[in-house]
Design a protein around this ligand. Structure first.
Ligand SMILES: [Zn+2]
Length: 268
């Protein structure tokens, strides 16, 4: 893991690159930088059952589907990127693994730009009943809480969450108290501030105990966002080890939220 200072500079640098690339025109092929290629390599490696590869302009799925890597307006603002992310857009903000040394930089929200077509192809469209056939039930923290939760079995997400549950269950009570009761897993809804499909609607996300959580949207929407977190790093590290990113690493923080996004964690 790089030092905290270095990680923060990387986050800010990549955000700048993302903005410049968007301004340069997202309808073009891969940018000159090797960074998009490395991120696409990580994407294909993270979903080996679904993805076959990519070329200069498209992502290739194993079933023959092709999707454009770029797309949308040429001058995307942060709000545009949240609502109309291309596949390249969704990969451009690197996710800093390990403990944060300082609050995230302004608008550094690694993982919040999501290409809807990509996720609906991968997990289904919950509004059309495409997600629930893949959901399975498992007991969350069986030694401690044990209530049944539902998560997708696509990409083995259920197996990863079962392993996470066992590891958190073995933590001391004062730490694992932040992980139950949970606030939810599958829920076919939109994200509060963007109106876009929530990762909860794909069955790949879990919200932990709200009594130990902080969410920027619960606070003032005017002026700079003041970061706050009470989620134990031990819980964050367990999720990251199993391919889940944490909403506590977003400028628009959501510290109860964990989401299966292995493409942002492989190779790091
Ligand atoms: Zn959530």
């Amino acid at each position: 893991m790089p030092p905290a200072d270095s990680a923060c500079r990387v986050v800010m640098g990549f955000c700048l690159i993302a903005v410049l690339a968007a301004v340069a025109g997202s309808g073009t092929a891969l940018a000159q930088s090797d960074r998009p290629r490395a991120a696409l390599d990580d994407l294909v490696a993270a979903y080996p059952d679904a993805l076959a590869g990519y070329d200069a302009k498209v992502l290739r799925w194993r079933d023959g589907t092709v999707m454009p890597l770029s797309g949308g307006a040429a001058n995307k603002t942060f709000a545009d990127l949240l609502r109309h992310a291309s596949i390249l857009d969704q990969l451009r903000v690197p996710y800093p693994r390990g403990a944060l040394g300082r609050p995230p930089a302004v608008d550094a929200d690694p993982g919040r730009f999501r290409n809807t077509a990509f996720f609906e192809k991968m997990y289904g469209d919950c509004r059309r009943g495409g997600v629930t056939p893949h959901l399975v039930s498992l007991p969350w923290l069986p030694k401690t809480w044990g209530k049944s939760i539902r998560i997708t079995s696509v990409n083995g997400v259920d197996k990863q969450l079962r392993a996470i549950s066992a590891e958190i269950d073995a933590l001391p009570e004062d730490l694992k108290r932040a992980a139950y009761p949970i606030a939810g897993t599958y829920n076919c809804r939109t994200v509060a501030d963007t109106g876009q499909p929530s990762p909860h609607g794909y069955g790949i996300a879990i919200d932990l105990n709200t009594a130990f959580s902080d969410y920027w949207y619960w606070r003032s929407h005017n002026g700079p966002i003041v970061y706050r977190n009470r989620m134990p790093q031990q819980i964050v590290s367990i999720f990251e080890k199993h391919g889940f990113i944490w909403g506590g690493k977003w400028y628009h923080f959501d510290t109860m939220h964990f989401e299966y996004r292995p493409e942002l964690l492989v190779g790091r």
